[in-house]
Design a protein around this ligand. Structure first.
Ligand SMILES: Nc1nc2c(c(=O)[nH]1)N[C@@H](CN(C=O)c1ccc(C(=O)N[C@@H](CCC(=O)O)C(=O)O)cc1)CN2
Ligand SMILES: NCC(=O)N[C@@H]1O[C@H](COP(=O)([O-])[O-])[C@@H](O)[C@H]1O
Length: 214
């Protein structure tokens, strides 16, 4: 890795986590967002990238295109940026095994639950429906198995009886915007790695719930 970590962010929607990472990189000379790629041409994350004069690409799925064929086009688009780190920030596509294996150890995702609870979609409603008193977000390395990669860092939020999915999502977003830029900074400082399916920070094995401050 050169002296500045080249960060590529993949988005499908609003891009509030992208914005937090852009803002975080402005304060962190070790990392730079070199590009933003979306599968959705109308993703507001692309607008956010343009506002920060960051290059963008769109890889739009073709009608009837296989997941693997789409991922081949996505790989070609990614390679143009020569990233050190690939950040999934609300990128709403399941990636094929072959694609993920090419980037394992340098591709991370933020998931809106306290993994391993609630992999997949609709996590906030599921937490409310289950009557959970706490919920949150997890940053993890991406592996072929969906949302099952080693957790790097989690943040917890309370769930209140009057919460609906939208209110809870907003409370989770606030925590996401704090933890995701921190994980990007750790990676840019070469403190974070994945070896044999496990996450390490400063050569310390991280627990299944990720890093926990003393
Ligand atoms: N192989 C992997 N791919 C992805 C991972 C991963 O860990 N391994 N993380 C996800 C992110 N994600 C949750 O954090 C997630 C994204 C998308 C889906 C999903 O069901 N997508 C559907 C389409 C849904 C839609 O278009 O609204 C699909 O791809 O068929 C589940 C979880 C990113 N990919
Ligand atoms: N399973 C993936 C998933 O649901 N990711 C979630 O999508 C949102 C994207 O928001 P953003 O576009 O404002 O960053 C975030 O809350 C992220 O945790």
């Amino acid at each position: 890795m050169s002296n500045c970590c080249r960060v590529l962010v993949l988005v499908s929607g609003n891009g509030s986590n992208l914005q937090a990472i852009i803002d975080g990189c402005d304060d962190n000379l070790d990392a730079e967002v070199v590009g933003v790629i979306s599968n959705k041409p109308n993703a507001y994350g692309l607008v956010r990238a343009h506002q920060s004069e960051i290059d963008t690409s769109c890889v739009i799925p073709h009608e009837g295109e296989s997941r693997s064929d789409y991922d081949l086009r996505l790989k070609a688009a990614i390679d143009k940026y020569q990233p050190d780190l690939i950040v999934l920030a609300g990128f709403m596509r399941i990636l094929s095994d072959d694609f993920v294996k090419q980037f394992e150890g340098r591709m991370i995702n933020i998931h809106p639950s306290l993994l391993p609870k609630y992999t997949g979609l609709h996590t906030h409603q599921r937490a409310i429906d289950a009557g959970d008193s706490e919920h949150g977000a997890s940053v993890h390395f991406v592996t072929p198995e969906l949302d099952a990669g080693p957790v790097i860092l989690q943040a917890k939020v309370p769930v209140y009886p009057e919460d609906d999915a939208s209110v809870l999502a907003e409370r989770v977003h606030e925590q996401e915007h704090a933890i995701y830029p921190l994980v990007v900074k750790w990676f840019s400082q070469q403190r974070l790695r994945m070896t044999d399916g496990k996450a390490y920070l400063d050569d310390q094995l991280l627990s299944p719930m990720g890093y926990a401050a003393d």
